[in-house]
Design a protein around this ligand. Structure first.
Ligand code: ADP
Ligand code: MG
Length: 268
């Protein structure tokens, strides 16, 4: 049960989004294991290198591993805030990377208690209300459960990371179908994809399929880039270092640079 103290605290933040400088980017994928957390941590670093103040919220209940990528052993997670044990300041953790803060998550938390209540998304909204960060990146879990849907529903900048794997594409199409009902746009990135054109071609096919199936025609899918497979990405991950910092000149780093340049220009 959520404590009354916490519910009071988090009940005060409606409509803050419009007044805050903090832009929210929700990063999702239909399928797990496509590289979403690795991608999120690295683009957080690259955005911070551009002088932006970044917060990363690990909202993956299935597999919260952002703290591993940032090499932090968190004493607090965002559930301590939801449950009223900690203040917002106490759950925003500094990382070793300048201008990158982490709000850690926790695997296996019993979220069904609060399902459809927007309790979790209030954490994101309260961070936005602080007006302290330029960008809040939310790493949602894979799949389309109620919890992920809540995070998607509060976000105007949704980025899906996928691979070219047929099952990953099927999941992305389900995501498109759902988002087309209420959102205007989905940004699409392909991981494990060497060739920019391949990502573009597949994006176009997904858009054609959407047209054929008469998804809402106001809904746009925008292809924003690809990231190659690089052997060093999992190696540096295992060493708890960030790939884009250690391998500045690698092709994958450059591809992520292109993606963050797009984000800086196009998110609202
Ligand atoms: N472009 C890439 N090249 C090589 N390995 C990658 C790449 N992207 C992710 N990985 C590796 O894939 C594995 C899963 O990545 P992770 O970010 O945990 O996925 P997700 O968050 O989608 O479940 C990790 O071992 C990670 O290092
Ligand atoms: Mg993950």
């Amino acid at each position: 049960m959520i404590s009354t103290q916490a519910s009071k605290l988090i009940g005060l933040t409606n409509n803050v989004k419009t007044k805050s400088k903090t832009k929210l980017i929700t990063i999702t994928s239909g399928k797990g294991g496509v590289g979403k957390s690795t991608f999120t941590a690295n683009i957080a670093y690259l955005l911070a290198q551009k002088g932006l103040k970044i917060a990363v919220l690990d909202a993956d209940i299935g597999l919260a591993n952002m703290q591993v990528l940032f090499d932090i052993k968190p004493k607090t997670t965002f559930f301590d805030y939801i449950d009223g044990r900690k203040s917002l300041d106490e759950i925003i953790l500094k990382t070793e990377y300048p201008n990158v803060s982490l709000i850690a998550g926790k695997s296996g938390y019993e979220y069904s208690n609060h399902s459809n209540t927007f309790v979790y998304t209030r954490v994101a909204e309260d961070i936005i209300a602080l007006n302290e960060f330029d960008i809040l990146l939310v790493d949602t879990g894979a799949g389309l459960n109620d919890y992920v849907k809540e995070f998607l529903s509060i976000s105007d900048n949704i980025l899906a990371l996928t691979t070219t794997d047929p099952s990953a594409l099927t999941d992305v199409y389900s995501l498109m179908k759902m988002l087309s009902l209420g959102k205007s746009k989905l940004m699409l990135c392909f991981n494990h994809t060497r060739n920019y054109k391949i990502g573009e071609t597949i994006s176009n096919s997904l858009v054609k399929l959407a047209q054929k199936n008469r998804l809402n025609s106001d809904f746009m899918v925008e292809y924003i880039g690809n990231v190659s497979t690089s052997a060093q990405i999992s190696t540096t991950g295992r060493l708890r270092k960030l790939f884009t910092k250690e391998f500045i000149l690698d092709e994958s780093t450059k591809q992520m640079q292109v993606i963050i340049d797009y984000l800086i220009k196009n998110i609202h």
